[in-house]
Design a protein around this ligand. Structure first.
Ligand code: SAH
Length: 321
């Protein structure tokens, strides 16, 4: 069954033709293979595809397939909503409803794999969808193992990235139990005062504790750390922020992913001008930081986390497939 599901991309029991016919009949009668329903499938010209899945209890989550040359990256969710409350993010606007189960996480992976052509193969997996992955490690880790196993999707650990707001206790747990994944930490501010405003959960944590736990993760895993920084006009994009950020990251084996803000309907935040972005980048580079600007793909299909789910109720989306 594993081979049919993960290797042969089967979509129902009937296709598993080397199982006895009677067994297939029994399975079809007694076991639901899929617990989610695709309620929306959107597709952008750059090859990005996004699914909005409805769970058995009516909750909704998003997951995305990104195509970049030979790379086929999928981005999956771990919770319905999010409890971290980052002020600019669509996923957390209404808080968190519940954790996803391991099965619901695996199902996103398989549903996205079904979007591929026969000659395409999933190469990378990022846990950057809705929710805070480190708040649901118990369900997430077994799901990632399914993606990794030789009889699963065979995605190597270093091609699996977990993105977190930065929960030190969970980062330490990950360092103790399974430090083979790449970790991406969402910083968004170079000091606690500003971070408390943008990422309210930071008040209970603080940058020092986060950096201590990620330095330890790096020491144990040897995997280069990634930090993410959503660039918001007139909030965290000042040259002074760039200088402070360069000081904070100096001496660390790290990559900084700067993500120019992808506007969310109904929120007042804006993307900085091109000139402002360039200036920010130059200061970081001059400060010795390895920096990459990540321009969101498929933004006109609301590919940033939580946007498609919200748009169900607020604005129309082009529907395909
Ligand atoms: N809870 C995890 C995963 C969140 S999604 C985390 O905090 O890392 C992955 C990244 O997208 C995070 O860095 C998040 O802050 C960022 N993000 C959220 N909304 C965004 C938006 N509208 N534009 C750009 N980036 C956004």
């Amino acid at each position: 069954m594993r081979e049919w599901l993960f290797k042969n991309r089967a979509t129902d029991w009937e296709q598993m033709t080397n199982l006895p016919k009677a067994l297939r009949g029994d399975l079809a009668e007694n076991l639901r293979l899929w617990t989610t329903e695709i309620v929306r499938h959107t597709q952008a010209e750059d090859g990005t595809e996004k699914l909005l899945l409805q769970l058995a209890d009516g909750g909704q989550v998003e997951c995305v397939l990104l195509r970049d040359r030979v790379r086929r990256t999928i981005c999956i969710s771990t919770q319905v909503g999010c409890g971290m409350g980052c002020v600019f993010c669509a996923s957390g606007l209404d808080g968190v409803d519940r954790n996803l189960t391991t099965g619901e996480i695996v199902e996103q992976i398989l549903r996205l794999q079904h979007l591929l052509n026969a000659e395409e193969r999933l190469s990378h997996l990022v846990v950057m969808g809705m929710g805070e992955p480190l708040a649901n490690l118990d369900a997430l880790l077994p799901a990632l193992e399914e993606a990794h196993r030789p009889d699963g999707l065979e995605i190597s650990h270093r091609r699996i990235t977990i993105s977190t707001v930065g929960l030190p206790a969970s980062i330490e747990r990950l360092a103790r139990t399974n430090a083979s994944y790449r970790l991406a930490v969402s910083l968004h501010a170079p000091n606690d005062e500003l971070r408390n405003q943008l990422v309210p959960i930071n008040e209970k944590i603080g940058l020092a504790a986060i950096l201590k736990s990620v330095d330890n993760y790096f020491a144990v895993s040897g995997r280069r750390l990634t930090f993410e920084y959503v660039l918001l006009a007139d909030l965290n994009d000042d040259p002074q922020h760039a200088r402070q950020l360069a000081r904070l990251l100096s001496g660390r084996e790290a990559l900084l992913n700067v993500i120019p803000y992808n506007p969310v309907a109904g929120l007042p935040y804006q993307t900085p001008s091109h000139a402002r972005q360039t200036k920010f980048r130059q200061i970081l580079e001059a400060g010795g930081v390895r920096v990459q600007f990540r321009h969101l793909k498929g933004d006109h299909i609301d590919a940033a986390c939580g946007q498609l789910r919200r748009s169900q109720t607020s604005q129309p989306v082009v529907e395909l497939g």
